[in-house]
Design a protein around this ligand. Structure first.
Ligand code: P1T
Length: 383
């Protein structure tokens, strides 16, 4: 496809990065299941020499990811954590990273339990409050890191405001855009320097592949990251790239249905007497409803809630729903339910980031909304 900045997301999702195969005309990019490439003479190759460095199926995925986020460059990784880790390799011992204080448990674990052991200094601050971030900046701050919406509290951060604070201090802004997906929010356009995805989630969309991505505009930093991608080697295999490319084609219509369904489920939960609090950016009870309206094209498919019955009730609901499968992860076509405190965020226990043990998180899938509501109603009515 001839790339044009004027194409809409629905069109980019179907076409970006993918050209008919030059050899055969195959419409879908083949799974180039090869580790190496024949060379005509020493160091004379057709752009590919070894599949850790480059692989044609991965090249197509890079093109699609860059287009979706409106960035010049994208790099795909074996997981979301591998993508985040590779960005953090740009930070040197003695430098400081200011991270949001409500992030995926694995991100906190990487920062606090792994990278701080290599001399990188981390501070965790409330990025929803600009004053808290400005106060926590240090002369050696090199990177401000945030999720919006956050996992699992669904708090929002004003990306444009945060990029001003970071850039005024000479720091980069990295935004983990996993929860919104590129269909609902494009952080580069709001001033972020890096966008990261766990492509395991909405981008892949079918709970059948683990992957990660970085998208950015700066050529010099891209070259550094491309070097690191090859040097470290946490790359996705060709089948994983193919599955992710296939998932991307329906991103726009999946996200529209996730948003529609989650809005209806959130409204149902908010009206149910067993539910004490519903956190969803599409409800006007969300403390940052106005920012959600301004910054996001839709409220997303993730809902967190707390029951009057606390942790015991939360465990019963997570165990007894049938359409909502009790499982970690999110963003697939099927609805999932989990308790962050003992599951996805177990690694923040005993830290200032600890999560309420009664918090329930649901990833609302693309099933029929009434079926999903009936499933929750049956279980909530028994509490
Ligand atoms: O699982 P992986 O592809 O390595 O991605 C890590 C990651 C990064 N960023 C965010 C916001 C995430 O939610 C995740 C993974 N999260 C889950 C597995 C989860 O259930 O929350």
């Amino acid at each position: 496809m001839t790339q044009s900045p004027n194409f809409h997301l629905e069109t980019l999702a179907v076409h970006a990065g993918v050209e008919p195969d030059p050899q055969t005309g195959a419409v879908m990019t083949p799974i180039y299941q090869t580790s190496t490439y024949a060379q005509a003479d020493v160091a004379q190759h057709k752009g590919y020499e070894y599949s850790r460095t480059d692989n044609p199926t991965r090249t197509a995925l890079h093109g699609a990811l860059a287009a979706l986020e409106g960035g010049h460059y994208a790099l795909a990784f074996a997981s979301g954590m591998a993508a985040i880790d590779t960005i953090l390799r740009l930070i040197k011992p003695g430098e400081h990273v200011l991270s949001g204080n409500d992030v995926y448990g694995g991100t906190f674990r990487l920062f606090d339990k792994v990278l701080s052991g290599y001399g990188i200094e981390f501070t965790f601050a409330d990025t929803t409050a600009e004053t808290a971030v400005a106060a926590a900046m240090q002369p050696n701050t090199k990177l401000v890191w945030l999720e919006t919406p956050t996992n699992p509290m669904l708090r929002l951060t004003d990306i444009a405001a945060m990029s001003q604070i970071a850039h005024a201090a000479g720091a980069w802004l990295g935004v983990d855009n996993t929860f919104a997906s590129p269909a609902l929010q494009n952080p580069l356009a709001l001033g972020a320097d890096f966008v990261v995805h766990s492509t395991t989630k909405y981008i892949g969309g079918h709970s059948d592949v683990v992957g990660g991505a970085i998208v950015l505009n700066d050529t010099a930093v891209y070259n550094q990251l491309k070097f690191l991608q090859n040097a470290i080697g946490a790359v996705p295999g060709p089948l994983d790239c193919f599955l992710t490319l296939r998932g991307i084609k329906t991103l726009a219509i999946r996200m529209a249905q996730h948003c529609r369904n989650a809005t209806l489920v959130a409204q149902f939960l908010a009206d149910h007497p067993a539910v004490a609090e519903v956190i969803y950016p599409g409800l006007d009870s969300h403390p940052q409803y106005e920012l959600a309206q301004r910054q996001m094209k839709g409220p997303g498919g993730m809902i967190s809630f707390i029951l009057h019955g606390g942790e015991a009730a939360a465990r019963r609901v997570a165990r007894d729903t049938q359409l909502f499968t009790l499982a970690e992860s999110l963003g697939g076509v099927e609805s999932l339910i989990e308790l962050p405190a003992p599951m996805t965020h177990a690694s923040v226990a005993d830290s200032p980031l600890a999560v309420d043990p009664g918090l329930v998180r649901v990833s609302v899938g693309i099933e029929n909304a009434q079926d999903l509501i009936d499933d929750l109603k049956r279980v909530l009515n028994q509490l």
